[in-house]
Design a protein around this ligand. Structure first.
Ligand code: NAD
Length: 351
C-alpha cells in the first residue's frame, strides 16, 4: 500500500481527497497546523471510511518541524499539497501573511522532496491564475493575466516555483487548477466550514437560507451574460477529490508527459449566479432572500473550464451535477446548524 502525504488534510478539499485516496487503496498521513480548521473533519473521514488518519499538527513554514515528519515517514510515495490560506479579501488586507504562509510552506516542502527523494508532487492551483481571460472556455494553455489579488499571485508564483524547481530534474509535478469547488460528501459526514462571512456564492446561499445571514446580494445583473449575472464553473468537491487520486495514479504509473503537467478541474459548464440560486431553491424548497446589488470590484465576468485534458489523460468522470452540489451543500448547512462539535472553527473569525 503506497503512502500519500496530504498537507491541509483537515481542510475542505483535503478531507474529501483523503476519503477518495483511502477508498482507492492508498495509505494517508496529513500535515495540518489547524490554523484554518479543526481536526473535526478527520473524524468525519473516519466515519466514512472506517480508517483513522494521523495528522501531524505542524506548521509547514517551520522547515525543521516539517523535516521531522519526513524523518518519521521515509516511505512517502507522493505529496498532495493543499495547505494554504485562501480568502481573497483577507489576502488584500494581509498580503505579507499570504505570501509568507503560502510560499514559505511550498518552498519548505519542495526542499523535503529533494532531501527525502520524493519526486511526485501535486499542487492545488486555481482558475484565479487565468485572471480575467480573453477567451472562454479556458484551456490549460490560455495565457495568464495578472492575478486579481495577492492570493491569486501566490498561486501563480507557486506554479512558477514548481516549474523552475522541476526544470532542475528534481521533481515531477501535476498542477490542478480548480474552478469553483462546492457541495459536500454525499454522506454529509464532511463538508466546508466557512470562516467568517463567506465570500463564495454557495456558502452565502446556504447561510442566507438557514438564517445565519439576513439576506444576500447578487453582485451585478448588468454584465454581458445570458441573465446579466456573473458566470462560474461550479464543481462538486468529491469530483475534485477523485481527480487527485487519478493524478497520483497517473504520476506513479509514469504517465506524465513532461516534468510538470497541468489540468483544469471544472465541469466545463458555465452557470450564472441567478441560475445557481434557482437550482438551490428548487432542491431545497427554500425561497432565498436576496437582492441585486452593484458589481463587485475585481470580479471576473465569465469563466469556465475546458476540461478535455483531465477527461482524456486522467480518465476523469464527473459524477455530480448542479442539483447534487446544491443538495449536499444544503444538507451540510443543516448539519452545521445541528452539530455543535463542528462549530469550534468559528473561533477563526475573518473579516
Ligand atoms: N476552496 C476553494 O474554493 C479553492 C479553489 C481553488 C483553489 N483552492 C486551493 O485548494 C487548497 C485547499 O483549499 P480548501 O478549500 O480545502 O482550504 P481550507 O482552508 O479548508 O484548508 C486548508 C488547510 O491548510 C491548513 N494550513 C494552512 N496553512 C498551513 C501551514 N502553514 N501549515 C500547515 N497547515 C496549514 C489549514 O489549517 C487548513 O486546514 C488551497 O491551497 C486553496 O488555495 C481552493
Amino acid at each position: 500500500m503506497q503512502k500519500i502525504l496530504v498537507t491541509g488534510g483537515c481542510g475542505y478539499i483535503g478531507a474529501h481527497t483523503i476519503v477518495d485516496l483511502l477508498e482507492n487503496g492508498y495509505e494517508v498521513i496529513s500535515i495540518d497546523n489547524n490554523s484554518r480548521s479543526t481536526p473535526q473533519l478527520l473524524a468525519g473521514v473516519e466515519k466514512i471510511t472506517a480508517k483513522k488518519v494521523k495528522n501531524y499538527k505542524v506548521d509547514l513554514c517551520s522547515y525543521d518541524d516539517t523535516v521531522a515528519v519526513f524523518q518519521e515517514n521515509r516511505d512517502v510515495a507522493a505529496i498532495i499539497h493543499f495547505a494554504a490560506y485562501k480568502a481573497v479579501g483577507e489576502s488584500v488586507s494581509e498580503p505579507l501573511m499570504y505570501f509568507e504562509n503560502n510560499l514559505q510552506s511550498l518552498v519548505n516542502l519542495l526542499k523535503c522532496t529533494k532531501e527525502f527523494n520524493i519526486p511526485h508532487f501535486v499542487f492545488s492551483s486555481s482558475c484565479t491564475v487565468y485572471g480575467n481571460p480573453d477567451h472562454i472556455p479556458v484551456t490549460e494553455l490560455t495565457p495568464q493575466q495578472p492575478a486579481e489579488s495577492p492570493y491569486g499571485a501566490t498561486k501563480q508564483m507557486g506554479e512558477r516555483i514548481i516549474n523552475d524547481f522541476a526544470h532542475t530534474g528534481s521533481l515531477k509535478s501535476i498542477l490542478l487548477r480548480y474552478f469553483n469547488p462546492v457541495g459536500a460528501h454525499p454522506s454529509i459526514a464532511i463538508g466546508e466550514v466557512p470562516l467568517g462571512r463567506p465570500a463564495n456564492l454557495v456558502p452565502a446561499i446556504t447561510q442566507t437560507a438557514i438564517g445565519k445571514l439576513p439576506t444576500m446580494q447578487v453582485y451585478g445583473d448588468d454584465y454581458p451574460t445570458r441573465d446579466g449575472s456573473c458566470v462560474r464553473d461550479y464543481i462538486h468537491v468529491s469530483d475534485i477529490a477523485h481527480a487527485h487520486t487519478l493524478a497520483v495514479n497517473y504520476m506513479l504509473d509514469g504517465k506524465l508527459k513532461s516534468n510538470v503537467d497541468v489540468f483544469n478541474l471544472g465541469t466545463g459548464n458555465g452557470v450564472t449566479v441567478l441560475e445557481a440560486i434557482k437550482a438551490f431553491e428548487a432542491v431545497s424548497g427554500v425561497k432565498l432572500n436576496y437582492s441585486i446589488g452593484p458589481r463587485r470590484p475585481g470580479d471576473v465576468v465569465d469563466i469556465y473550464a475546458n476540461n478535455d485534458k483531465a477527461i482524456k489523460e486522467l480518465g476523469w468522470n464527473i459524477k455530480y451535477n448542479l442539483d447534487d452540489m446544491m443538495r449536499t451543500a444544503w444538507e451540510w448547512e443543516l448539519r452545521l446548524r445541528d452539530d455543535k462539535t463542528l462549530h469550534t472553527s468559528q473561533n477563526f473569525q475573518l473579516n
